[in-house]
Design a protein around this ligand. Structure first.
Ligand code: SF4
Ligand code: SF4
Length: 382
């Protein structure tokens, strides 16, 4: 049974620093984790893309700063790293996210993950015994070699997986282009993808997890199409799955595939709440990606009429090509006048929506999906 500490907070630095220090001290006290002199502490925020903190796309820089200062106070060596979309320079991303400014003058390494290492054992030295689908997993060497990992996810929606929380944040430890390759390999199978995320989590098992839900994101996240939603809370735990389960409970009992994967892998954990966690009303989840996911006929004859899909918003698109370059299925073409999506190739991973800097991609629901949903709503209300 893991404890999930919930604190109400703002980004006011004095208040935030007190809350973060209290949380880190409590997590250390309740576990065998001790941040001490000489230890290499990897801090893994969500640094998806170059975006101002007000957009709620990335972990807030003041949270990262407070964690870095705590680690430095203990005499340990902090490193802040992630592997964002590989199209913008890491230095520009950390500048635009406010991280470079917040950490200026502090002795901390801020570096992009660039070197991968094949996983042979998990971080705690156990044998790596994954499902066959994931048997060639490679992760960032800096993450695998860290003495302690502090995971700093953002509370956000995700058009493919519903939410991106503490477990999903570790997907950023897959280096560069290997991320879209995984999407392509696993295709539209969200259960398999959830299994991959759990496998990454079980390999790395961050000792400390602090979720930034002070300004969360709802709607069609995780990129610039999502909508900032102030919730004013921080959640901390020694276990990432416990945080994800607590968030789902807080949002009204949302079902998350990574939580189901944890149960299936015998890694589900109970949790207790320390602090006040109120239910969040009317949280907007992303448009369902596919209504009839899993039915074979939907994947062939009716696939494009019965599944949601990415769509270009004409007029908003600047033809910058970011989505074309990231698409793992090579399903987007830019003829210099407009974009074309090949929906037979598209695997609905929404990497394009994630990286578009101009909010020019939306999740489109075909009329048939809207009609069936309406019918299902009427039917279920009877
Ligand atoms: S949809 Fe977005 S990312 Fe793609 S070309 Fe247009 S502006 Fe760029
Ligand atoms: S078009 Fe977008 S959603 Fe479809 S495969 Fe490419 S990146 Fe993924």
């Amino acid at each position: 049974m893991y404890q999930v500490i919930v604190k109400n907070s703002t980004y006011n630095y004095d208040e935030l620093k007190t809350n973060i220090y209290d949380m880190l001290t409590a997590i250390e006290a309740a576990s065998s984790t001790k941040i001490s002199a000489g230890k290499r502490v990897l801090i893994k925020p969500n640094i998806l893309t170059a975006a101002h903190p007000d957009k709620a796309i990335t972990t807030h820089p003041m949270i990262i700063k407070a964690v870095v200062e705590f680690v430095l106070d203990k005499g340990a060596h902090p490193q802040v790293s992630d592997s964002p979309a590989p199209l913008t320079k890491f230095s520009k991303i950390v500048e635009d996210c406010g991280i470079a400014g917040a950490l200026k003058g502090l002795p901390v390494d801020i570096k992009e993950f660039t070197v991968s290492k094949k996983v042979l054992t998990t971080r705690d030295g156990s044998a790596f015994t994954p499902d066959l689908s994931y048997n060639t997993l490679e992760l960032a060497e800096d993450a695998l070699n860290a003495d302690i990992i502090i995971n700093l996810p953002k509370l956000k929606t995700h058009s493919q997986m519903g939410l991106t929380l503490a477990v999903k944040n570790l997907f950023g430890c897959v280096v560069g282009a290997r991320k879209p390759q995984w999407h392509f390999k696993l295709g539209e199978n969200k259960e398999l993808f959830a299994g991959l995320l759990l496998t990454i989590h079980n390999t790395l098992r961050p000792e400390i997890n602090i979720l930034d839900g002070i300004l969360s994101m709802e709607g069609n996240g995780p990129g610039s199409s999502g909508l900032p939603r102030p919730l004013g809370l921080l959640m901390g735990s020694a276990n990432a799955v416990a945080i994800d389960m607590a968030v789902c409970q807080m949002l009204g009992g949302h079902s998350l595939l990574t939580n189901k994967a944890a149960e299936a892998m015998g890694d589900s954990c109970g949790f207790t709440i320390s602090g006040e966690m109120n239910k969040v009303e009317n949280f907007k989840f992303p448009t369902p990606m596919t209504l009839l996911f899993g039915l074979p006929f939907a994947k062939t004859l009716f696939r494009n009429n019965l599944t949601s899909r990415p769509k270009n918003i004409e007029g908003a698109c600047k033809l910058c090509n970011e989505c074309v370059k990231i698409c793992p299925a090579q399903a987007i073409e830019n003829d210099t006048k407009r974009l074309y999506f090949d929906y037979d190739k598209c695997i609905r991973c929404y990497c394009c929506l994630e990286v578009c800097p101009h909010q020019a991609i939306e999740v489109y629901q075909p009329m048939a999906v809207k009609a069936i949903k309406k019918f299902a709503k009427v039917f279920s209300s009877k």
